[in-house]
Design a protein around this ligand. Sequence first.
Ligand SMILES: Nc1nc2c(ncn2[C@@H]2O[C@H](COP(=O)(O)OP(=O)(O)OP(=O)(O)O)[C@@H](O)[C@H]2O)c(=O)[nH]1
Ligand SMILES: [Zn+2]
Length: 337
Amino acid sequence: MAGRTFDSRSDEDDVRVRPGRRGSRPRTRTRPSHDDAVPGLVVGVDRGRMTVRVEHADGPVEVIAMRARELGKHGVVTGDRVRLVGDTSGRTDTLARIVVIEPRSTVLRRTADDTDPTERVVVANAEQLVVVTAITDPEPHVGFLDRCLVAAFSGGLTPLLCLTKADLGSPDALLARYAGLEVEAIAVSRDTDLDELSPRLDGRISVFVGQSGVGKSTLVNRLVPDAYRATGGVSKVGKGRHTSSSAVLLDLPGGGMVIDTPGIRSFGLADTDPSDVLAAFDDLAEVARDCPPLCAHTASDPDCALDDWAAEGPPARAERLGSFRRLVEAVTRTPGY
Ligand SMILES: Nc1nc2c(ncn2[C@@H]2O[C@H](COP(=O)(O)OP(=O)(O)OP(=O)(O)O)[C@@H](O)[C@H]2O)c(=O)[nH]1
Ligand SMILES: [Zn+2]
């Protein structure tokens, strides 16, 4: 996925400044120069108010900022790299303005919901999507896991399966389901150390997503001891209300960052099609060049070149194709969660 950028020109959260109507005031004269704008990283968003980390000479400072009017309705999300003007001191009761949103290297979209019918980008620039699922209690919702993987692949993130509650059962069935995709998976439990997981989080930005009760808060609290996430069903930020603003960026003690998504239980795939999934698998994409033009690469596409490829090779190919096709089918299914 290296080198792919998501400047999100096609989506709702487009950061491009729309050209004014013909004959409107001359932009060159009225538009302020932003040469003096300082860079920052958005670590949280709350109802239009952004918390932005700005590096000062004596260390990082959290600055509260609003979007400048020139950004229009285009949203700023956690993980965005931005440029600020105005008061960037971070002192109490000061407010800066975000005048530039840098192009996004990756995007995660949440699904539309009852309060907001549009899919929206909720996290930008994360490198890894950590999909947290319990081995049991609650039983894994494989449809949800498939959708998470597709959201990762299509948004440019590397997925990592984190299987919790390893004290309660064996991860083998889940591991087998995704074996063909070569997605990394790590089993953890609250009683064992996190030595396998921690190195995979070092030095990168990882988004954590998981359905209710899987132990995600327990895990994030262990990774980031001062994160103060409520666990065990205690009411927490983002629950039961409009939640697109609830992704928060947390620093890991050993370097690297975690973006927790307390209220976001699934990601949007409406803008995703089979070719986005295919693009994440170089070997399959190569074979699929021989597919008919409109092939969706599902089991019901009669002349899909992937069938011959799987039939002619070792059993691992059929396994890979099976796992891939489950993801493709997730793209075409209506979201039910
Ligand atoms: N047996 C077992 N239980 C765990 C483990 N980790 C967490 N739990 C329990 O699972 C329940 C859910 O944990 P949370 O960390 O609150 O889960 P969550 O994913 O944040 O879910 P919500 O609180 O609904 O958002 C709690 O009762 C935890 O004590 C584990 O490794 N093993
Ligand atoms: Zn095909």
